[in-house]
Write a protein that binds this ligand. Sequence first.
Ligand code: HEM
Ligand code: SF4
Ligand code: SF4
Length: 295
Amino acid sequence: MADRTGPTLDLDILKAGGLIKQRQPDLFSVRVRALAGNLTAGQLAKLGEISTKYGKGYVHVTMRQGVEIPFVHLDNLERVTEELDEVGLKLGACGPRFRVITACQGVSICNHGLGDTESLAKKIDERYYGRSGLPHKFKVGIAGCPNACIKPQENDLGFMGVAQPILDESDGAECISCGICEDVCPVKAIQLVDGKPEIDLTKCVNDGKCINSCPTGSLRPEREGWTVFVGGKFGKHPQLGWVFDKFISEEEAVELVEKILKAYCHLAHKRERLGELINRIGLEKFREAVQSEQI
Ligand code: HEM
Ligand code: SF4
Ligand code: SF4
């Protein structure tokens, strides 16, 4: 694949996407990638400058946390990519490629966050962003907790931070029977029995609210990590992803992406989304393929 990060514009760059031909002749909307929706102040200033100089003085914020600069003339595309490059901005991906990862801010700022969304996004991005040769587009969304604000279930591959609680007084952190965990649990999975929390794991949604609210630290995560969804998509025939795995670590998540991409490329027809492949062959067959060393 051509290097789309450098300043030189050629046909490969156009094909690789990021430059979306508008309905108006010779005009393009330049798609700029913003990993996990983050842009620095300098990058924002540059986007303002470029859109004023080469566009119509505004940018469009996309559905997937990206930014587009509409109304850039064909003759200015090279200059625009050069100027974006000056502040470390690269073009977004289009077509049958691994797209920019969307992520909420997770533990970086959110009180509900259980997973480090930005770290996972960065690691997956470094290894897979822009990968071509896929049957169709491939989108990844990462949410820091089961509130699922970034909608991981709507992506080809989604990750969601989770924690499963357990009462553990082994190191002297004693439950004082305050009942806060029972009160905060949104699904009534906790009941105090003889003054101690009993957790119904069939009801628990693993949002960690009880763990984060426990004043003595005696409710803590027995298991934590990422729930994985596969096969979600939007468009004309939307569907939510299936749960593929639970409580996997960041490292396991990064490795799993490789295995899922391999199985997807091996099994899918051209222009078949991952969700359509799983509709056709079933989740268990897909799971077997992902776990197989043969592919
Ligand atoms: C009180 C707890 C919550 C907090 C603090 C919170 C915070 C946020 C934040 C910070 C975002 C922006 C995410 C980003 O782009 O980085 C967001 C978006 C969103 N949240 Fe939440 N959220 C909460 C609860 C929920 C719940 C319970 C739901 C659903 C049942 C929900 C659904 C959504 C959706 C759908 C979006 C995306 C909106 C869009 O398409 O732009 N949130 N939320
Ligand atoms: S998904 Fe959870 S961690 Fe992420 S913004 Fe929403 S509430 Fe916060
Ligand atoms: S993790 Fe959330 S859903 Fe599960 S018991 Fe605790 S508060 Fe309830």
